[in-house]
Design a protein around this ligand. Structure first.
Ligand code: KG4
Ligand code: ZN
Length: 327
C-alpha cells in the first residue's frame, strides 16, 4: 500500500511516500528566509509552500517512476499550525483527492511526531509514552493506540524548542538556535558555575513551563553585562540546556512511575539534542527511543506513517482546518 504524506504546518514544505510502513521518499525543503527575522513569518511561509509543493511532489513521482494514480491513501497535516501554511497543504491534498478519487485523511501534526518513532523502531508496541518536544509543542502523552492519546502534561507557556530559540536570540545566535546552543554548551569548561531554576507549575504535576527560564537567563545576562556574557557563553548555554533537560527528565520519570510504562519515546526537533538523549538513555536504557535527527524535525514521512495507521484501522478523518486544535 502506498501512502502520500504532505506536511506544510510551519516552515518546512515536505512530501513523502511510504510503501506500507517503509519510507520510499521523504523530501524536506526548509525555508531559510525566516532566519533574517529571527522567527517564522506566516505570510512568507505560506507563499514558500505554494512555490514548492507541486515541484517537490512531481520530483518524487518521477524519481520513483510512479504516477499519482498508484497512491492508495493521502495523509495531510490539518492541525495545529499556521493557518495559511496548513491551507496550502490541505488544498493541494484535497485537489489530488478530488481529481484522482484517492482516499484522504487529516493528521494532527503532534500525532505525526508521535508516529515518527515507529518509522525508526517498528518493533515498539503500544502502549508507550511519547514526550513531544519541538519548537511549537512540549507535552507527554500516553499513547494507547492510533487515535487514543492521554495528554499527561504540557507546557503552560513556551515550548522547549521555543525557549532554545528565544534564549539563542538573546545570546546572538541565528534562528533556529537549538543546535547552535547545543554546540556551544559542549565547549563549557565549568559545568557548575551557573545554575538556572526549573519551574514548578500549577495544574498537573506533569505540566512544563519554560518562559520563566528564558526570563531568568535574560535577567542573569543583564546583571552580568555583555563582556562577562561573551566570555562565559558556553557556560550559560550549558546551564540553560541542563535546566530544560532536567525539567523534561523529571516529568518523564513521574509519567513512567504513574503509568508503570517504561517504553519512553522522545520526538520532535529538540529530540535531536544529544545531551537530552544521553540523559534519558542513562535513566531508561534500551527502553528509551529517539528517532534519527531527520525524523525528529518536521517531515512528511511521519504524517504518512500516522496516515498509514489510520487507514489500516479504518479511522481516517476528512481534513478540516482548525489551526489551533490540540491532539
Ligand atoms: O519539530 P520541529 O522541526 O518543528 C516544530 O514542530 O516546532 O522543531 C524545531 C525546533 C526548533 O525550536 C529548534 O531550535 C529545535 O527544534 N532544535 C533543537 C535542536 N535541533 C533542533 N533544540 C535543541 N537541541 C538541538 N540539537
Ligand atoms: Zn513539528
Amino acid at each position: 500500500m502506498l501512502t502520500l504524506g504532505i506536511e506544510t504546518s510551519c516552515d518546512e514544505t515536505s512530501v513523502a511516500l511510504l510503501k506500507d510502513n517503509q519510507i520510499i521518499a521523504n523530501e524536506v525543503f526548509t525555508q531559510d528566509a525566516h532566519s533574517l527575522y529571527g522567527g517564522v513569518v506566516p505570510e512568507i511561509a505560506s507563499r514558500a509552500h505554494l512555490d514548492k509543493i507541486e515541484i517537490i511532489t512531481n520530483n518524487i513521482f518521477s524519481k520513483n517512476n510512479l504516477k499519482i494514480n498508484d497512491i492508495n491513501n493521502i495523509a495531510v497535516t490539518d492541525s495545529p499550525g499556521l493557518a495559511g501554511a496548513l491551507l496550502v497543504g490541505i488544498s493541494f491534498a484535497l485537489g489530488l483527492h478530488c481529481k484522482f478519487n484517492i482516499p484522504i485523511t487529516g493528521i494532527n501534526h503532534i500525532e505525526g511526531h508521535i508516529f515518527s518513532i515507529l518509522l525508526a523502531y517498528p518493533q515498539i508496541k503500544f502502549p508507550f509514552l511519547s514526550c513531544v518536544v519541538s519548537g511549537g509543542h512540549t507535552a507527554i502523552y500516553l499513547v494507547k493506540k492510533i487515535g487514543d492519546y492521554l495528554c499527561m502534561g504540557k507546557t503552560v507557556d513556551d515550548a522547549a524548542g521555543e525557549a532554545f530559540d528565544k534564549v539563542g536570540k538573546l545570546l546572538g545566535f541565528s534562528y533556529p538556535a537549538g543546535r547552535l546552543i547545543e554546540e556551544k554548551a559542549k565547549q563549557a569548561t565549568n559545568k557548575t558555575k551557573i545554575e538556572f531554576p526549573i519551574a514548578k507549575c500549577s495544574g498537573s504535576n506533569l505540566n512544563f513551563s519554560f518562559s520563566g527560564l528564558k526570563t531568568a537567563v535574560k535577567n542573569f545576562c543583564k546583571e552580568k553585562g555583555e563582556e562577562w556574557v561573551n566570555e562565559n557563553k558556553s557556560e550559560i548555554c550549558f546551564a540553560f540546556q541542563k535546566a530544560v533537560i532536567d525539567s523534561l527528565l523529571r516529568n518523564i520519570l513521574i509519567a513512567s512511575k504513574e503509568t508503570g510504562i517504561n517504553t519512553i519515546t522522545v520526538v520532535g526537533g529538540v529530540a535531536c539534542n544529544f545531551e537530552l538523549k544521553n540523559v534519558i538513555k542513562t535513566n531508561f536504557g534500551e527502553n528509551a527511543f529517539f528517532p534519527p535527527p531527520y525524523l525528529c524535525t518536521d517531515n512528511a514521512a511521519m504524517i504518512a506513517r500516522a496516515g498509514y495507521e489510520r487507514f489500516k484501522f479504518d479511522i481516517t478523518r476528512f481534513p478540516s482546518m482548525s489551526p489551533t486544535r490540540d491532539l
